[in-house]
Structures are given as C-alpha cells and as structure tokens.
Design a binder for this molecule. Sequence first.
Ligand SMILES: [Zn+2]
Length: 168
Amino acid sequence: MSLPPEAIPATTPRFLCDAMLQRLGHWLRTAGYDVVMAAEGEADYARLRRAIDDGRILLTRDPALAKMRRAEKSVVVLQSDNLEGCAQELTERLAINWQLDPFGRCLQCNSLLASASQVTQAVVPEEIDRPLYYCPGCQQVFWDDSNVSRMRTHLSRWQDGDYCQSSD
Ligand SMILES: [Zn+2]
C-alpha cells in the first residue's frame, strides 16, 4: 500500500516521461514516483509546456528539448540507449531513491494504491492469502506474486548502485 502522502518528501520529483523512455518511466512508477507518460508523437513544445505547467521533469533522449526556452529546470536529457544505463544516469543526476515507495502506485494508471476492502477480497481467487491492493483509478486489484518479488529485487539492486547493462 502507498505511504501516506506526508511520508513522501515534498522535494520528490514528479516526471513526464517521453514515449521512448517508457520502460524507465514504468520502473520509476514501480519505485513509487509519480510518472505520467507522454503520448507518442506529442509535439516537443506541448510536452515541455505540460511538464512546466504540471511541475514535472520531462525525461527525454532528445537533446533538442533541453535547448528550448524555459527548459533548463524542467528537462533531463538521458544519453544511454538502454534501460540500466538510463536508470544509472538519472540516479546520478537526481539522486533517485529506488526504494521510495515500491508498488505504492498503480503501474497501469499511476494512481496511488489503497488497501483492498473486504468487498474487493471477495472477487479474487480464494487461494490468495496475501495483502491485496486496490487501484481507485482503474479499479484493479493487485497482490504480491513472484513477478512483484522479482521486481522488488531489481529495485534493491538499483538502490545498491548495481546497474548491470547485460540484464536489459
Ligand atoms: Zn490503476
């Protein structure tokens, strides 16, 4: 379940992630960051404008974006062409905490997850005896499975500064 909002430092960056960096955005969300994905083909100025208006950092591989007016504080251009390299670069730039609030957000829609109610418990297979989480955004129910534990391991590896290029 998500940490209470006051437990997340106010200085924690929020992101707008370019379509070409979607996997990185997905991992940031997994770590608990507020990440909105840019639409494929959304114009440069529109993405930058959205990032500024919404107080988000635009993550991109496009160096032209950093040269735009007002981009200085709102754009981070990553150079690596693979996921692990991008994660490392971003961590060096913004001190990303990969253990901020793992699985506190819905990976599909970015909403904060809540603990599932008894009512919701009724709709999942009986053999699930683990805590359930509910997404108020897309109404899905989640629980920790082997995929989640694999992803948790991945996050701790990144938190320990271990970026293995070959695993991408
Ligand atoms: Zn959702």
